[in-house]
Design a protein around this ligand. Structure first.
Ligand code: IPE
Ligand code: IPE
Ligand code: MG
Length: 224
């Protein structure tokens, strides 16, 4: 059976779900948060050590300001209301991406990271203002600046995901088959599952089914 340490998820389909069932994209973002909580529970149940959630890409700034504000307000409330619960559950929260949000949100994110930094049960990496291409370019720039050889080992050390093992499973919900600038390097050998369901409709049982399927896949890594 394949080992499983890290699951990464592109949580796509909130907007379409919201429009379909509540006539509002933002209602879909709110509903998506319930799925996040369910999936965290199942991740703990499965004893998986790392869960990376793509919440906001560097390209998502192209969205209407009102939607962006709604997303960040949701995140602020989530941090204010849930960080103690996450902490009590021994969960560590880490942000991957560039923290250049409002002073208030930056501060809440820093507090949340600091508060949970010693926790060991599960590490949740929240990809926020994250873009894989800029992550790779920044790593190369840093190596050049410090006169270090550009090789795999040095690059990885300069990614925002340093010290995090590559995801064995990458899931994208929302019936679209693309990576949208997410973990392009780290997913080089991930098993990728494209799910038809929109994120707010994605259930623990769907997640379990993927894990079961993953465990029986023959992974070659170029060998036979
Ligand atoms: C993903 O859902 C969440 C974010 C990008 C913040 P979308 O908002 O992209 O939902 P669809 O793809 O438009 O349905
Ligand atoms: C990817 O979804 C980003 C997140 C889920 C945060 P998008 O909805 O932004 O992706 P595209 O634009 O359809 O590729
Ligand atoms: Mg989308």
């Amino acid at each position: 059976m394949n080992p499983l340490n890290h699951v990464a998820i592109i949580m796509d389909g909130n907007g379409r779900w919201g429009l379909k069932y509540k006539n509002s994209r933002n209602a879909g973002h709110r509903a998506g948060l319930n799925t996040v909580e369910k999936i965290i529970k199942e991740t703990i149940h499965q004893k998986i050590k790392y869960l990376t959630l793509y919440a906001f890409s560097t390209e998502n700034w192209k969205r209407p300001r009102k939607e962006i504000k709604y997303l960040f307000d949701l995140l602020e409330n989530f941090l204010i209301n849930k960080i103690d619960k996450l902490n009590d559950q021994n969960i560590k929260l880490k942000i991957i991406g560039i923290k250049n949000f409002s002073t208030k949100l930056n501060k809440l994110l820093n507090i949340a990271e600091k508060k949970t930094c010693k926790n060991t049960k599960l590490q949740i990496n929240l990809a926020l203002n994250y873009g894989s291409k800029s992550e790779i370019i920044n790593a190369i720039k840093k190596l050049k600046k410090n006169n270090k050889p550009i090789n795999e080992k040095n690059l990885i050390k300069n990614f925002q995901t340093k010290n995090i093992p590559d995801p064995e499973i990458l899931i994208r919900t929302g019936n679209t088959k693309r990576l949208s600038n997410f973990l392009l390097w780290q997913a080089a050998y991930s098993e990728i599952f494209f799910e038809k369901k929109l994120w707010p409709s994605f259930e623990r049982s769907d997640f379990k089914k993927i894990i079961r399927k993953y465990k029986s896949i023959k992974r070659n890594f170029g060998s036979i």
